[in-house]
Structures are given as C-alpha cells and as structure tokens.
Write a protein that binds this ligand. Structure first.
Ligand code: NDP
Length: 453
C-alpha cells in the first residue's frame, strides 16, 4: 500500500495536464487532477478551439464574395453573431463533457478547484489536502496587459471569445499570434478593425518575407495596421465608445479594445516559492529536459514553463512524463522543427528555420520562393497572392525551413514538417511529383534559387 493518496497529482486540466494524467492512468497509476476553471484549459475553452470555430464562422463572408465570381447569386449575407456564439458555446460544452469522460475512462479522479502546493508531496484543493508521490504543475498561462491608465476598459482574448454582440469597431493592440488571428475574425465578421503595433510589422520572429506578405494581405482585406504606435491611456465616457490616447498625441476611437500583448505563466500563488521551485524572471517554471523542476518529484509541462507555448508540445511533454514515470520508458521531447500555424486570414504556417535564422546559424543558404495567384482567385477576382518559401542549406542541400502564407497553409506545412524532420534535401523535394492543380505543388516545383543580393 502506497504511503500517498495518489501516484500522480496534476494541477491544471488543460492539454498538458490531461495528456499526462490520462497516459499515467492508462499505465495503472492512481491519478488525480484538479481544475479551477473548465476542463480542457486554454486550448479547448479559451484558445485554439473557440478561436478556430469563430474563424470558420466569420470567414464565410469571403466565400460568399468569391462565389459571385463563379456565377452564384448571393444575396446580402448577414452574420447572426449571437447565433454563432451560441453554436460555439454548445460545441465547447460538448468537448468539456468528452474531456471529462476521457479522464474517467482513464481512471483519473477529477477534483474541482484551484490547487496549491503545501509541501513537496501535498496539494490543497478547496480546503482539502491530498498527498501524491509525484506532482505535476500544468497550470498554463494567462493574458497580460500593460498597466496603463484605463486598461480595465479593454478586454483580452478570453473575453473577446465571448462577446455577446459584434462591435462595429474593434481595435487590437499587439501583432503576435492572437492579435492577427482576432484581427482576421473580426474583420471577416464585418467589424472595422485596427491593429496597433509597437513594432514595424506583424508576427515578429517569423520569416521577414512571410510577415510582409501577411501584412499586405491583411491590409488588402481592409484591416488598418498602424505601426510604431503605443497606447498611452484609455478612457470611456458614460458608456460611449472608448477613447485611446496614442503616444503620437492622437486620439483613436473604438467600440472594443482587445489587448493581445502576450501571456504570462500561471506560476504565482500556487506555493512554488515556499518550496524553492525556481522560476525564470518571466515566471516560467524552470524544468530540465525531462520536465523536472528543482524539487525532484515535482514536474511542470506546457505554457507554465513558457518555452514553446503550443498545445501539441504540452501534450507531448505530458505524455513523455507519464512514459518516464509509469512505463519505465524515459522519454525526452524533441523540440526541433516544431511546425506552427497562425490562423490569420490568410493563414500562415511554418516549420524549421527562417531565412534570417538560417543565415545567422548556418551561413551559406539558398532561398527558393514563389508568389502566385491561387487558381480560385482567377475567377473569383480576389487580388490574393500565395507565398511559399524553402530555406535550404547550400552545402548539404538539406531543407532547413518551409514557410507559407495562403489558404490551407497549416494543412500543407504539417506534411512538409515530416519531410523536414526526416532531413529531406531539396533534391528529395524536386524528385517528388506534385499534386496538380494545387498550391502545395509549388513546394516541389521551385527550380532556381533566388539570386543573392
Ligand atoms: P505574442 O508574444 O505572440 O505577441 C505579443 C504581441 O504583443 C507582439 O506583437 C508584441 O510586440 C506585442 N506587445 C507586447 N507587449 C506590448 C506592449 N506593452 N505594448 C504594445 N504591444 C506589446 O503573444 P500572443 O498574446 O499573441 O500569444 C501568446 C502565445 O500563445 C503565442 O506566442 C503562442 O505561443 C500562443 N498561441 C498560439 C496560437 C497558435 O498556435 N495558432 C494561437 C494563439 C496563441 P513585439 O513584437 O514588438 O514584441
């Protein structure tokens, strides 16, 4: 009989925590998981899933426009925003039930409430204490807003996913993943969207050409992108519109203000300090390659570690931990060449090195890129250009990175990520038959590298 109530106690039922707990339960471990909000965490309840459902819903506007070019007589389409929100909410409820069922099928005990560490083997939830041999911190992250005057009048992605009515004007601060994704949703839904960036373009850290292409496409869709601008303060008079004072001294009026200025790890107030668990200055829990914290039986996975903040990475980390602890199969997650997509309009997807990273890290490289009008746009009349790009090591011919802006980019790059993971060469790409007619075939038909500048 174990001296502990559980073999594993997980704090946080998001992607990483649920994955670790279920896998551990399947290996026969006695597992509990606690959650203070909804089961499913950021991805399912406040992120990837509702965001993509709203993106699907809003994007029909573009398809109605395109359909006219193909001979359809489409009346004036109108989005019933509350109906879309209700449908989205019903789907989230369904998913939450599924998550709860999956946990119980894996014999994981679900405990409602916020968990906090009491000592290295004890967690307290809703006034009750539980002991465990191993403890996993999987508390995720939370949006942060800069502390400017009037910031309380703004919302974050959490509330933006629950707006009861579609605002006529939406202003978004921040041009990272969340900023450009929400700009796409609200623009497609019919709002007048302004993106305020403190830098010179969207998606800092992505390939420069990709950033430029996306910025152009967003502007072409009517999104106003204002660069090198910061908000000094926000005010609202008598329930009227919001008034933003910008650092140029200009005023900007809007009906909804969304801050998409990053997320911070949920590492405060759960007893980490008292146990001496080390955190980075950004709040990320420090872990080794096996996700162990500085206290040997306490682990952390996912956004709370603030490394690669993506759902599939959190899931892989959670499963690796369960393999290591409960299946005698020590597993380290391979963090190279993690593919990622931004569900902007059009979407961006990327895997491997950007041109700029490759130049800095590898030295001599070749760049293959193609910009073309998708076939659908010929008849629809949409002035859209897809960009595909390969970054190749000149010496070894290995493809170091693949990038795309255009419809279906996430679906296409996922496949290429396998090739890049297998260290495919440009010659392998060239020897691959294209699928015709498709946008994807451009990745295997680019013949000449871009001349060196
Ligand atoms: P990001 O870190 O991606 O982007 C933050 C943006 O806010 C940047 O444009 C940044 O500008 C700007 N910013 C930061 N601080 C300020 C400030 N004080 N004033 C003005 N602008 C500011 O954060 P997000 O919130 O967009 O997303 C968080 C993370 O969530 C992502 O990095 C990603 O890991 C994950 N995510 C993944 C998604 C996906 O896989 N599709 C979707 C959504 C989120 P600058 O560039 O100048 O620093």
């Amino acid at each position: 009989m174990s001296q502990f109530d559980f073999d594993l106690f997980t704090i946080g039922a998001g992607s990483g925590g649920v994955a670790a707990s279920r896998r551990a339960g399947e290996y026969g471990a006695k597992v509990a998981i606690c959650e203070e909000l909804r089961v499913g965490g950021t991805c399912v309840m406040r992120g990837c899933v509702p965001k993509k459902l709203l993106m699907y819903g809003a994007s029909f506007s573009e398809q109605f426009e395109d359909a006219a070019g193909f001979g359809w007589e489409v009346g004036a389409p109108k989005l019933d925003w509350p109906r879309l929100m209700a449908a989205k909410e019903a789907e989230l409820d369904r998913l939450e039930q599924i998550y709860m069922r999956l946990l119980s099928d894996s014999k994981v005990e679900l405990i409602a409430g916020r968990g906090a560490l009491i000592d290295a083997h004890t967690v307290e939830v809703a006034g009750k204490r539980y002991t465990a041999k191993h403890i996993l911190i999987a508390t995720g992250g939370w949006p942060v807003r800069p502390p400017i005057t009037g910031v309380e009048h703004s919302i974050t992605s959490n509330e933006a996913l629950e707006l009861e009515q579609l605002p006529a004007r939406v202003t978004i601060v921040g041009g990272g993943y969340i900023g450009v994704e929400f700009a796409g949703i609200f623009n497609a839904a019919g709002a007048q969207v302004t993106l305020l960036l403190r830098g010179d373009n969207v998606l800092r850290g992505f390939d420069l050409e990709i950033r430029e292409r996306l910025g152009e496409e967003m502007r072409a869709r009517g999104i106003s992108i204002e660069t090198e601008v910061e908000v000094r303060s926000v005010a609202r008079d008598n329930g009227g519109p919001l008034c933003l004072l910008l650092d140029h001294g200009e005023m900007h009026e809007t009906d909804a203000l969304i801050y998409a200025t990053g997320r911070t790890p949920n590492s405060a107030g759960i007893g980490l300090e008292a146990l001496g668990i080390t955190c980075n200055p950004d709040g990320g829990v420090v872990v080794d390659e096996r996700n162990r914290t500085s206290v040997p039986n306490i682990y952390a996975v996912g956004d709370v570690t603030n490394r690669i903040n993506l759902t599939p990475v959190a899931i892989a980390e959670g499963r690796a931990l369960a393999e290591t602890l409960f299946n005698n199969n020590p597993t380290v997650v391979d963090r190279r060449d993690v593919a990622t997509a931004v569900f902007s309009r059009p979407p961006v997807a990327t895997v491997g090195l950007t041109e700029q990273q490759a130049r800095a890290q590898v030295g001599e490289i070749e760049i293959y890129s193609a910009r073309f009008r998708p076939m659908k746009a010929t008849i629809s009349g949409r002035a859209e250009r897809i960009l595909v790009k390969l970054v190749v090591d000149k010496q070894t011919n290995v493809v170091l990175g693949a990038h795309m802006v255009g419809d279906d980019a996430p679906e296409i790059i996922q496949g290429l990520a396998v090739a890049i993971k297998c260290r495919a060469t440009k010659r392998d790409f060239d020897a691959t038959m294209g699928i015709h007619p498709s946008a994807a075939e451009e990745f295997v038909t680019m013949r000449f590298p871009r001349p060196d500048e």
